[in-house]
Unconditional design. Structure first.
Length: 479
């Protein structure tokens, strides 16, 4: 443009700064603003606002607010949009007080916050658990303006439900309606979720009927939340009825609907019914996913049906679904609990050679299974394999192994593991020490147990009721 003798105008500069911000090259965007300040054209509030927005989006809140204060000191005067962007940035980072300070500066400089500004602040307060503050802000809006909109009410209702204040949330629904705001599907779904979360299934159903009577069609999410609540409350039959209602009248159930009910059935021990539902799901044209099969495999493992769990694994793979590490962990855990340690070991080797890559949980499950089965030596060998494969054992790993050594009366080896654990940067927790103290007491090494207790008192972790009751149960004076 310069070579053609054309000077870029303020709009062109604004577009360039916006493009640089979107690319993440904020330093160049800042340089361009300084060029404008030095050579012209003089940047306006919109130009500054674009850069402030870019800084906020990149998490540079402090730099963004610094730029705001530069505007306040030297001009141009920031506009309501700029303040709203910064308030949003502070809320996103959980700095509610600083967001409120910005609101006060905004008002003191003659800018009226709009409903969007307040909605952002109320949302931030709710996410930070400051429900009372959010409620006060809503009342301020009702009395002084701007008039709250559907989003304002829905945001606060959601915050109250998340915080367990379901009764207050429903009271707010009535206030919302009384002030001429019609709740939408989202608002009702939030409240239904709140009632389900607190186990009030009947009240959740009442809300569903109110919702329908006011002309709002529940969507698949509404039903999924309700079915999940019923399953968690053990009302599997009711949840099943809701699924049939969805199949016949709509909305069409999705994979999540089926997964939720299958999970509820498995948790409730109705594995056969859960697997029947899998076939219904497929017949209705819904392809089960990794989650579906993993839930069912977990259900079969829980009831000790390892062969049937393995059959499901083969079906899963044959239908083109790759089991993930969680699927294998559940299966390995089931095998260990059924005493099929060798089979579990084979699965681990299959994971190492073919994938998915085992994680710390995989190793911990198998180490625990080996220790429970008295195969302590093999368990410790697995610890070395784990480390050689680049997986750092955690506190759980060492605590399991220490428990295994204590169970077999090998207190010295248990202590060695404690020292290795500490040397590798893992702080034993109170459970680790309790297991070791219990093992020492069982082996008659009372003096050693005392020393460990004194070490806990002086260096931590703080002994708990279990620590002291261990001494009591062995009729040993801890002092």
């Amino acid at each position: 443009m310069y070579s053609m003798g054309v000077e870029p105008d303020i709009v062109t500069y604004g577009s360039l700064i916006k493009g640089l911000c979107e690319k993440g090259t904020l330093d160049k965007a800042k340089e361009l603003l300084h060029t404008m300040i030095s050579n012209g054209p003089e940047p306006n509030a919109v130009t500054y606002g674009i850069l402030i927005g870019g800084l906020v989006k990149s998490g540079e809140i402090e730099n963004a607010e610094e730029l705001l204060h530069t505007m306040i000191s030297n001009g141009p005067e920031p506009n309501a949009v700029t303040y709203t962007i910064l308030i949003g940035g502070r809320c996103k980072s959980g700095e509610i007080e600083k967001a409120q300070e910005l609101l006060h500066i905004m008002i003191s400089r003659g800018h009226e916050p709009n409903v969007l500004t307040y909605n952002i602040l109320i949302d931030g307060m709710c996410k930070s658990g400051e429900i009372e503050k959010a409620h006060e802000l809503l009342h301020s809006m009702i009395s002084k303006g701007p008039e709250p909109d559907d989003v304002t009410y829905s945001t606060l209702i959601h915050g109250m439900c998340t915080n367990g204040e379901i009764k207050k949330a429903q009271e707010l629904l009535h206030i919302m309606i009384s002030r001429g705001h019609e709740p939408n599907v989202v608002t009702y779904t939030i409240l239904i979720g709140g009632r389900c979360k607190s186990g009030e299934i009947e009240k959740a159903q009442e809300l569903l009927h109110i919702m329908i009577s006011r002309g709002h069609e529940p969507n698949v999410l509404t039903y999924n939340i309700l079915i999940d609540g019923m399953c968690k409350s053990g009302e599997i039959e009711k949840a099943h009825e809701f699924l049939h209602s969805m199949i016949s009248k709509g909305p069409e159930p999705d994979v999540v609907t089926y997964n939720t009910l299958i999970h509820g059935m498995c948790t409730n021990g109705e594995i056969k019914k859960a697997q029947e539902l899998l076939h219904i799901m497929i017949s209705k044209g819904h392809e089960p996913n990794v989650v579906t099969y993993t839930i069912l495999i977990g259900g079969r493992c829980k009831s000790g049906e390892i062969e049937k769990a393995q059959e499901l694994l083969h079906i899963m793979i044959s239908r083109g679904h790759e089991p993930n590490v969680l699927t294998y962990n559940i299966l390995i855990d089931g095998m260990c609990k059924s005493g099929e340690i060798e089979k579990a070991h084979e699965f681990l080797h299959s994971m190492i050679s073919k994938g998915p890559e085992p994680d710390v949980v995989t190793y911990n499950i198998l180490i625990h299974g080996m220790c429970t089965n008295g195969e302590i030596k093999k368990a410790q060998e697995l610890l070395h394999i784990m480390i050689s494969k680049g997986h750092e054992p955690n506190v759980v790993t060492y605590t399991i192994l220490i428990g295994g050594r204590c169970k077999s009366g090998e207190i010295e080896k248990a202590q060695e593991l404690l020292h290795i654990m500490i040397s590798r940067g893992h702080e034993p927790n109170v459970l680790t020490y309790n297991i070791l103290i219990d093992g020492m007491c069982k082996s008659g090494e009372i003096e050693k147990a005392h020393e460990l207790l004194y070490s806990m008192i002086s260096k931590g972790p703080e002994p708990d009721v279990v620590t002291y009751s261990t001494f009591d149960s062995w009729d040993v004076q801890e002092w």
